[in-house]
Design a protein around this ligand. Sequence first.
Ligand SMILES: Cc1ncc(COP(=O)(O)O)c(C=O)c1O
Length: 428
Amino acid sequence: MKEPIQPALQSLRVRTVNGLNIEAIRQQFPAFDRHEGDHPVAYFDGPAGSQVPQSVIDAVGHYMAHTNSNCGAPISTSQESDTTLQHAREALADFVGGSDPDEIVFGPNMTTLTLALSRTLGQTWGPGDEVVVTQLDHDANVTPWVLAAQRAGATVHHVPIDLTNCTLDQSAYARLLSPRTKFVAIGYASNAVGTVNPVKQMISAAREMGALTFVDAVHLAPHRLIDVAELQCDFLTCSAYKFFGPHVGVIWGRKDLLEELHPDKLRPSPATGPGKWMTGTANHEGIAGAAAAVNYLSSLGTGNTRRDQLATAFDAIACHENALRRRLLEGLQELTEFRLWGLGLNAPESSRVPTVSVTHTSLSPRDMATRLAHLGLYCWPGNHYAVPFTTAAGLEPDGTLRIGLLHYNTVGEVDRLLAGLRDVDSLV
Ligand SMILES: Cc1ncc(COP(=O)(O)O)c(C=O)c1O
C-alpha cells in the first residue's frame, strides 16, 4: 500500500498537541468561502454529501489534465490510468482494513453496486432460504435484498427498531436468525438518527448460522475507522462522497466470494479480479479523487503506515465530533418545541455518530430547512431514504430535520445553529 503519504509538515499543521487544528483543516476546503447573503455557510448536510478538500479536487483535475485514458493499452496515459486505479484500490483497502487491493470494487455509487451484488447473490438463494434486513437502514440496504429474495422465492425478515431510542431490537434479531438464514444486511450507522449498531456481534451471530453478511458503512465512514478484518463480514460498502471525496461507490468483498460468484458482465471484460465486477469504463477521475480522500484523512493522523495514520486521525475526529455533538444535544434539551429522534446525551459515545434528527411541534422539516438556509445554516429535511425508520416512526411523508456534523464543523457553527433553531418559528 505505497500511495505517497502527505508530507509530515502538513500533518503537523492540521494537528495540535490535543487533536485537530480545525481552522487549518477548514482552510483546505474551498466550500467554506461560500456565503448566503452576509452569512458564511455552515454545512450540516454532510450525511447527504460532505465537502471536498483542495487535494481531492486537484487529484481529479490532475487525472483529467494529464493521464486521461482508458485502461489496458501499451501507451503511457493508459498505463498511468492502470496505476491510478491500482493505487486507489490500495488506498481503499487501507481505508476499510482489508489486506488485498483486489478485494476493492469501484462503481458509480453504493446503490448501483449493491443492486448488482444483490442480483448476483440472489441467484444462490431459493425457496426456504431466509434473508434478514433491518428497519434502521437506508433503503439501499433493504430494497436490493428484498427484490433479490422475491425473485428467488426466499423469505425476508425485518429486524424492528426500538423507537424509544432508535436502536435495533437485538432480541428480535436473535430470534429471526436460524440455520435457514442465508444472508444478513446490516447498517453500520444510521444516516437518519446516527445510531451505531453493534455490527460485530450481529455479524458473529449471523456467521454462527452460516449466513453471509453485508455491512453498509456509508454513514459510518467519515466518522470512525472501519476494520473488515475485525468485523469478519463478507462484504462492506461505502461511498467516497460521504468521506470528503467525489461521487464514487466502493464495495469491499472477500476475495474467494468475489471470484466464486457470477455477476452479469460483458464477454471481453476481465473474468477474474475486481474488473469482473466493474461493468463498463470506470470513473477514473472520481476514483483518483477517492484515493485522495483517503490520503486527506490519513494526513490528519500520525504514524508510519497509512493505516496507522487513519487510525489516529479517526481517534482525533471522534474526539472533536463528540464534543460538538454534546454541545448540540445540550442546547437542544433547552428547546422544548423540538423532539430528538435517537440516542441522547447519556448514550455511550461509541453508540452514536454526530447525526442528529429532530422534529418540531408545528413546523415541517422542509419549512425549517428553508428558513435556516437563509441564515447560511444548511440542514437536510426529509426521510433521508431511511424509509423503514420514518415509516415505523410515523414520520412519513415529512421525515425529520437532520443535522449532520463532521470534523470540519466548529463550536461556533453549532452555536449559530442552536440560535437559529431557537428562533426558527419567527424566521422567514
Ligand atoms: C447509510 C447509507 N447507505 C446507502 C446510501 C446510498 O449511497 P449512494 O448514494 O452511494 O448510492 C446512503 C446515501 O445517503 C446512505 O446514507
